[in-house]
Design a protein around this ligand. Structure first.
Ligand code: AMP
Ligand code: MG
Length: 502
């Protein structure tokens, strides 16, 4: 048996059925990117492979685990069919216009179709300098790579649209960062597309209307083919990006996720969460919560995310103006109409999600006041966001009360909640199950991420990283043997700041 299994593995290997590349972005005009290969590293070593994602991408996991594949995932060898490019883009960073950013440390190897026919980018992040690197070294440190791997995969398991992590390899090289010399790593990032708001801004700002149109046509073809059927495909494209973004940011708010750097170059046109830098999940709830060390003004605080997304979408609408209509007044009116639909779209998604979090299947006047009052109590009592909703599934007179120092105020709220639940057509057991299906027990808590990174960095011990990934793969299951992973940090474990590590 073992022999036949091994020969089967060998047979699989020799079929070299790896990345079946079909690279549509590399077929766009040369001004959309720079062509260049990744820069080789000293000693590539596989840290982690995402086997489930590999299968979804139609890859043989056995092949991905070979030393040959590790060479490719580190950028030392190009897989057959790859056409490596660094994408050009611009963006507004903290509100300030930067005419040229671009992939300064990421190289797109190419695109493959996944098992459901969706085209996905295969990109190496930390693959060496590109013409867009400016003063950067083109590299990524191990810590941020593990962080992105953990958080992006956790987001996917939580049901939130996100780029994915296919693999992490260490480079055997040290790179210089503020903290000193750090081990380097490369992440293989998978996305439905890496086109950003800032990609449109790049062409629009140069007065390259043809570039804007080509990019819009590309995005429609790849991501929003229904828009082609509309009488106004570019307006339809804008509407669709607005709708997806509204939904995405609502899902962030509902799960307590703070992106941290919502610059327009980090806002994906496909509506995927992208660029896990100084992101964080909130422990104690507070709408003003900021983790990013570089966000001193709190521009990207939790409570600001919905309106920042709106601001970013205005930048997209502006970039699309020249293709929305020939007449500028008409184009502006069309853009405004599209943009003005955002607040309602966001609120609808957010309110719907809050109702589910509270176990309300139906919709009544006053539901949003009920939710707001709870969030206000959570703020005043520094209640843990995730734990409060998870415990609330078991009823309001149980351990959830422990989250509220002012339990008199909480009990008053709970009485209103019970009254409201009495109007629902569900049994308590059904309601509890429904609540547990939307309120996770496990989120990637900052102190757990830090501990996993510290063990990997200082002792090359990846066991905490592996265990964390395992727990986060089933965030809605009780997993009693890992119950401690649901706990908020102890006072001395609280992480106050996160860093982008670039
Ligand atoms: P980020 O803050 O990761 O969204 O990156 C903003 C810009 O800086 C992008 O153009 C990145 O490609 C670039 N960048 C970030 N880190 C590096 C690095 N280590 N080397 C070169 N460019 C980088
Ligand atoms: Mg970025």
């Amino acid at each position: 048996m073992a022999g036949s299994f091994m020969s089967q593995l060998e047979a699989n290997r020799s079929t070299s059925a790896h990345f079946a590349f079909d690279n549509s972005y590399a077929r766009l005009p040369e001004r959309f990117y720079a062509r260049l290969p990744p820069t080789a590293v000293v000693k590539p070593q596989l840290i982690k492979l995402n086997l489930a994602l590999a299968r979804q991408l139609g890859l043989q996991p056995e092949w991905l685990a070979t030393p040959e594949a590790a060479q490719m995932l580190a950028g030392n060898r190009l897989p057959p069919g790859a056409e490596p490019i660094a994408m050009a883009y611009a963006g507004h960073q903290f509100g300030n216009w930067v005419p040229q950013l671009g992939d300064g440390r990421a190289i797109l190897l190419g695109e493959v179709r996944d098992a459901s026919g969706v085209r996905r980018d295969i990109q190496l992040k930390g693959a060496g300098p590109t013409p867009f690197s400016r003063n950067g070294d083109g590299r990524a440190a191990l810590g941020p790579v593990l962080r992105e791997y953990i958080v992006s995969e956790a987001m996917a398991a939580l049901g939130i649209r996100t780029t994915r992590s296919l693999a992490a390899v260490s480079t055997g090289e040290r790179i210089l960062r503020q903290e000193g010399l750090l081990p380097g790593a490369v992440l293989t990032r998978v996305a439905e597309s890496h086109v950003r708001v800032g990609t449109f801004e790049f062409f629009a700002n140069r007065g390259d209307v043809e570039g804007v149109r080509l990019l819009a046509d590309y995005v429609i073809e790849r991501l929003y083919p229904e828009a082609r059927e509309s009488g106004q495909p570019y307006r339809a494209l804008l509407d669709k990006v607005i709708a997806r973004t509204a939904k995405l940011v609502a899902s962030w708010q509902l799960i307590g996720f703070i992106h941290g750097v919502m610059n327009t170059d980090n806002m994906s046109i496909s509506g995927e969460t992208i660029d896990y830098g100084p992101c964080a999940f909130m422990d104690a709830f507070h709408p003003g919560r900021v983790f990013s060390s570089i966000d001193s003004g709190g521009r990207y605080a939790y409570g600001n995310q919905p309106r920042i997304a709106h601001w970013n979408l205005v930048r997209l609408a502006q970039a699309l103006l020249p293709v929305l209509a020939d007449d500028e007044t008409v184009a502006i009116a069309s853009a405004r109409e599209a943009i003005d639909a955002y607040p309602e779209r966001f609120e609808a998604a957010h309110f719907a999600g809050l109702r589910l979090k509270l176990g309300l299947a139906g919709e009544r006047d006053g539901d949003m006041d009920l939710a707001s009052e709870l969030l206000e109590l959570m703020t005043a009592n520094k209640a843990d966001y995730t734990l409060t909703f998870r415990l609330l599934a078991d009823g309001a007179d149980g351990p959830v009360r422990g989250q509220f120092a002012d339990f008199v105020a909480f009990d008053a709220w709970a009485a209103k909640w019970r009254d409201r639940l009495a109007g629902e057509n569900t049994t308590p057991a059904e309601r509890a199950a429904a609540m547990r299906a939307v309120n996770p027990a496990f989120i990637p808590r900052n102190h757990r991420i830090e501990a996993a990174i510290a063990a990997a960095q200082t002792r090359s011990d990846f066991s905490l990283f592996e265990e964390l990934l395992k727990v986060l793969a089933a965030p809605f299951d009780d997993q009693t043997q890992f119950a401690h992973y649901a706990d908020p940090p102890k006072p001395d474990e609280v992480v106050q700041q996160t860093f982008c590590g670039t």
